[in-house]
Design a protein around this ligand. Sequence first.
Ligand code: ADP
Length: 704
Amino acid sequence: MSVATLQHRLRQQRWWRSLKWNPRWSLWVMLVALVVVMLGTLVWLAGRYEGSLIQSRLERDTAEIVNDIRTGLTRNVQRLQALQSTERSADPWRAQVSDLLRQHRELIRVEWRDPDLELLQADDTSFRQAVFERMSRTSAMQDTAQACATALRLSGPAYSGSYFMPQKDGLGMELLDLCIPLLDEGRLTGYTVVTYSLQDILTELVSRQLSRGQGLSFTEADGTRLAIAGTPTRGKRIFSAHQLLDLPGTTLVVRMDSWRGTPDFFPNVLTALVTAMAIALIAVLLMLGRDMRRRLKAESDLAEALAFRKAMEDSLVTGLRARDLQGRITYVNPAFCEMVGVEAKELLDHNFPSPYWPPELAGAYQDRQAIRLASASLPRGGHESIFMRRDGTRFPVLIIEAPLINATGKHTGWMSAILDISEQRRVEEVSRTSQDRLQATARLAMVGEMASLLSHELNQPLAAISSYATGSLNLLGDASDTNMTLSADLRLALKRIGEQAERAGKVIKSVHDFVRRRDQVREPVAPRALLDAIMPLVSLQARKLSVRVVIEVDPACAVVLCDRTMVEQVLLNLARNGMQAMQAEPRKTHAHERVLTLRVKPAPASETNRWVEFSVTDQGVGISAEVAEKLFTPFFTTRAEGMGLGLSLCRTVIEQHGGYLGHDAAKPRGTIFRFTLPSGPMPDHPILPATPSQTTHYASEFST
Ligand code: ADP
């Protein structure tokens, strides 16, 4: 498919979419229908009004025409009566009558008859052929006699009913007789009979102005036309008016017809005006419709743009926040709401302090905001701040702000982009910690070097002490009889010196091995033996610090596989730390007893491995969360004389054995340190006497 066809199809689709039914269209259709109906009604009413105007004018004209005819007839009666006053001799009568007939074309014939209606004299109009030629005058005499009878009764002129008189040319005409009695001092001397042509009455007596372009006729009561004058202009609509012409002795109906022609489609100014207005209105409607289509298109474009903007805002991970010049929030995007854990509505409604300001910093933030809003310029690179989530946790953010300029170029507020930089901070923290650890490792390496040097240097003096102790014992053996008790005491003391010197030698060797990372020697040791080995040193310190030491060993415990000397060091270290913690706790009463408990029990075991758990419980000051965080960090100590290496070394030793070292708070106070060691194969003989069916606790007291 070519590009042009594709574009054409697209255009077509868009056009169809623009035609899609919209609720607004129904309003428009209703409006157009209403306007059309209204305009139709207006034109129809205007037409009707115009028709009624024509009708009333026609009625008026007809009334005037009837008036004209009546006036004309009356005038003729007067003229004819004037004939009576002249001498009734033949010649002067004729002369006058022919004069009258010449002047008045509507008069067809004038007769002078005696009282018995016998014709004395007669004269016909010279404008026509004699009308009574085809049919004799006597054929119409009946009407004439009736008129004369009426005239005699009225003592004045009277008319006969109209009658048809056929003519020689095959046509005929409608005639009307007027009879005027001739009285001489109250005595009837004869009649003047005048014959009128109805058609000529219409043409002669009616003013031309009135009859122009109209159809004028005399009709009978049933509508039969008797005489017609004038041809009306033909048109679509016909208007008719009827008027009665009352004459003494007869009544005629005058009818006037008028046609309204096609050129009079806009018959008057009113209709024309209304029509013009209607056309204008329809034009305006069309223009409005076009405008609405354009608006609809603009609206749909706008909606599309808005939807795109919204999708863009929703997918952003950067928080966006707009504020007005007073610092009130006017807009936030979903990323910002999610960041601070507060609904957009709540943020928009909220006043100062903002809900995401940590309460302790709210004052400082408000001051900072006031300064920032007062100055027009802002740092381009943004600034860091601390925000608070709804759950109260604080997190660092980077805020980049820019002035918000509206379409007219007016500064209306500030737009900020907010980045949550807690992850960045965490990474920085991790790298800083690893830096610290590197430094600590370097220091540890140095300590290791020093320790091996020391062990090397101390080995010889310790060996010497041991030899001297053995030598002294030998000497005492020789002089045993001098003072039995003294020599027994001295022998014990020297034996102890020898043991401790040997032990010190072993410790130094173990440390040396540990530092050099040689393979440690793992041997099966009974847990109790480990505790017994450290007891002399523990009890020495316990006595000094007035601590009672309690030992509990579960007889079900198997032997443990371990580097004996190092594990003894771990136990010793934990016991010392416990006693020092109790020393730090002030003694409230004398009865208040300080107890250090060393406990051994089997740990929850898995299928393949069995473990023994050692625990050292004190009633000391306890460990705060802050201290707990750095507890196993090398060189961390809270004591002035401390090295901060003890716990770190302990953990390394235990982890080298595959065990775990941890601590918990003890109830009601103090701390409990626990570590686990792998247990070895069960020895053939029991290590300590124990009742196999029940657990026995062996408590040994080394102090009071
Ligand atoms: P040192 O004993 O030289 O201070 P350690 O690594 O043994 O070094 O201990 C580190 C810190 O841990 C001590 O300074 C002390 O504050 C804390 N600590 C250790 N054991 C306990 C305990 N049982 N009770 C309270 N605090 C303890």
